[in-house]
Ligand binder design. Structure first.
Ligand code: ADP
Length: 620
């Protein structure tokens, strides 16, 4: 028998809810970030010569120019070397907001003026005293002929720079990112056109929705792909400038331990943070290669997680054993493969909801199936054991009447018996064969009743009369155990008759009474009672016997089940009597109630339909 489908579906839905909650948590977000970094490194941009080049103000350059505080001299010299190189654009990632020695500033100003297609860096900063934010723009004499671009890299919460906000607004102004401005100038585009979902530059649409603050993921190039030329080398060997022809030149500080260094998805591999200028150059490459990474809508991710959970639930519901686990495992693999396949097509799907959803469903549904299978196996084994015991008992029970019949018939055949003796033996044979027939009939009835093959008769059966008759039959048994039987005083005429099959109802009541006798100690009392309850009649048998605990009560209607106490009592039994009683009661459209307390006694109540009022009238 299969567990109900709604239970599998409910469990899968619970797993999805748990997965979604987990993917919203800090741990889930971090998992997404790691998966993203892994996939980014696994899918580097296609092989082609980089169109950006870094001119690095590195350690040798600074050593030759009196350190970090004196960047203007090498910068001016580098610009002079770059000016005639035919570079498509020059972007300077160095703040030029302060004044230096006037002579140096004048030289730098001239060099900047002489550089075509130039972008200078600006940043939104907060005054530490007034907390007022303002743009730290280059000095006016530096920015006469150039564009300005912001140099914020906006790392994620874990400190890793994965994206750049292409637009930054503050202090009443808005600035595009340095790399975007450089890209615009390199294309010769007059401006940047905005739509809700994209920015357009020179006919290229960049997917950077306004709702995401125009964030664009940087498709970092693997280590060593972006060419880096030392500023010192370029100053000392101006012929190196020929390497800059037609390329976007990013000038910035690259010294190890410099302040402008950020962690990127490649930092783990390279064991070092990346200079800011290289991050801007990478963003430029992302734009130049047009290899954008776009987020999949959350609704689609949720729909995929739900679909996956539904397939998993269906698999575990329809398939059994290892097949279900193979199906679940395949879906688990699919859940992990999906973000990889999407990524290869430039689509970013968060890995956490799919992975967590698949794992939760696999573990939840798998464990459930394992436990259910174990329980079924245990139940089947227990039933087989009980069945064997019952068969053993029945064969043993059948032997007694059979021996009596055999012995008696032999006597009759061998010896000439008196008429009186012959009658007595014939009576014995008759009684024993009837007992045998009843026993066989009872076993067959259980099977036929549970298979729905037995037709119950419908006739009025007076409840008090039924009970009195059963009590009378059971009296010798009760007397043998010194147990008193009583029919609680009720006016028999007031109790409506039952509507059912007398033979089966009698069997049910008799079974309850004999059970009460079997499972009660000597000297106790058994009270049978019938009373009307609306459209039903309640027929109860109360004893002061051994009783049962809650767990036992739940199992006594299973075929062949006997409580430990019943087995130890020495009373013969098969454990199918109550199973048959339950079938009989259900066949009549009634119910059976049991109240029991260990060592205090039990009360079995049959709630059966009363005879229809019209039939009742006819009876009277
Ligand atoms: P059995 O042939 O063993 O009597 P039944 O199906 O009639 O089989 O009853 C199943 C089990 O329910 C019994 O073995 C016994 O453990 C328990 N039981 C039934 N009636 C009583 C009772 N009145 N008091 C205590 N235990 C009972």
């Amino acid at each position: 028998m299969r567990a109900p489908a709604w239970k599998s579906a409910g469990l899968a839905a619970l797993c999805v809810v748990a997965a979604v909650l987990l993917s919203w948590s800090a741990a889930g977000q971090q998992f997404d970030a790691w998966a993203y970094d892994f996939l980014l490194r696994l899918n580097p941009p296609g092989p082609r010569a980089a169109s950006a080049v870094i001119v690095a103000l590195d350690e040798p350059t600074l050593r030759a120019n009196r350190g970090m505080t004196h960047l203007r001299r090498p910068l001016a010299a580098v610009l002079q070397a770059v000016a005639g190189s035919g570079a498509s654009v020059v972007a300077v990632d160095i703040q030029l907001a302060d004044r230096d020695e006037p002579e140096l500033d004048r030289t730098l100003s001239r060099a900047l003026d002489a550089t075509p297609r130039l972008v200078l860096a600006t940043a939104l900063v907060a005054d530490p005293h007034s907390h007022r934010v303002y743009w730290e723009d280059p000095l006016p004499e530096f920015s006469r002929k150039c564009a300005l671009g912001h140099v914020h890299a906006d790392p994620d919460l874990d400190g890793v720079s994965r994206m750049v906000l292409l637009e930054k607004a503050g202090a009443g102004k808005r600035r595009w990112a340095l790399a975007l401005e450089a890209f615009r100038l390199a294309l010769g585009a007059p401006g940047i056109v905005e739509t809700g979902d994209a920015l357009e530059v020179g006919g290229l649409s960049i997917p950077a929705p306004r709702r995401d603050q125009r964030a664009l993921r940087i498709r970092y190039l693997p280590n060593g792909v972006l060419e880096r030329i030392s500023a010192k080398d370029l100053i000392e060997h101006p012929e190196l400038a020929s390497r800059l022809r037609g390329r976007a030149v990013f000038i910035g500080v690259t010294v190890q331990g410099g302040v402008d260094r950020l962690v990127t998805p490649y930092s783990l591999e390279q064991a070092s943070a990346m200079p800011g200028v290289e991050i801007h150059a990478n963003l430029y490459e992302t734009l130049a290669r047009r290899e954008f990474l776009v987020s999949l809508p959350n609704s689609l991710v949720l729909a995929m997680t739900l679909a996956l959970a539904a397939c998993m639930a269906l698999g575990f519901h329809l398939l059994a054993g290892w097949r279900a686990f193979v199906c679940g495992f395949s879906l688990l693999l699919a859940a992990h493969a999906a973000p990889c396949l999407f990524f290869a097509r430039g689509l970013v799907a968060p890995a956490a909801p799919l992975a967590a959803g698949a794992w939760f469903c696999f573990l939840g549904l798998g464990t459930r199936q394992y436990l259910l299978t174990r329980r079924k196996l245990g139940m089947a084994e227990a039933q087989r054991d009980r069945y064997q015991q019952a068969v053993h008992y029945v064969t043993h029970e059948m032997r007694t009447p059979l021996t009596a019949i055999q012995g008696s018939s032999e006597l009759m055949g061998r010896y000439a018996l008196s008429e009186e003796k012959r009658k007595e033996i014939a009576g014995l044979i008759h009684r024993e064969s009837r007992r045998l027939a009843r026993m066989i009939e009872m076993f067959l009835s259980v099977e036929r009743l549970s298979a729905g093959q037995l037709e119950l008769k419908r006739e009025p059966v007076p409840a008090a009369d039924l009970l009195a008759c059963c009590l009378e039959r059971a009296r010798p048994l009760a007397e043998g155990k010194q147990i008193s039987l009583a029919l609680e005083a009720t006016d028999a005429d007031e109790i409506p008759a039952l509507w059912g099959d007398r033979e089966f109802l009698e069997y049910a009541c008799y079974n309850l009474i004999t059970n009460a006798i079997k499972y009660s100690p000597a000297g106790t009392e058994i009270v049978a009672r019938a009373e009307q309850a609306g459209e039903m009649v309640r027929v109860s048998v109360r004893d002061q016997g051994y009783g049962m605990d809650e767990q036992e009560v739940k199992r006594i209607f299973q075929k062949f089940y006997r409580t430990r106490r019943a087995q130890e009592s020495g009373e013969a039994g098969t454990g199918i009597g109550l199973a048959l009683v339950e079938e009989i009661v259900a066949g009549h459209g009634g119910a059976i109630e049991v109240e029991s307390r260990v060592n205090q006694g039990s009360c079995f109540t049959l709630v059966l339909p009363r005879v229809h009022a019209e039939v009742e009238k006819l009876r009277h």
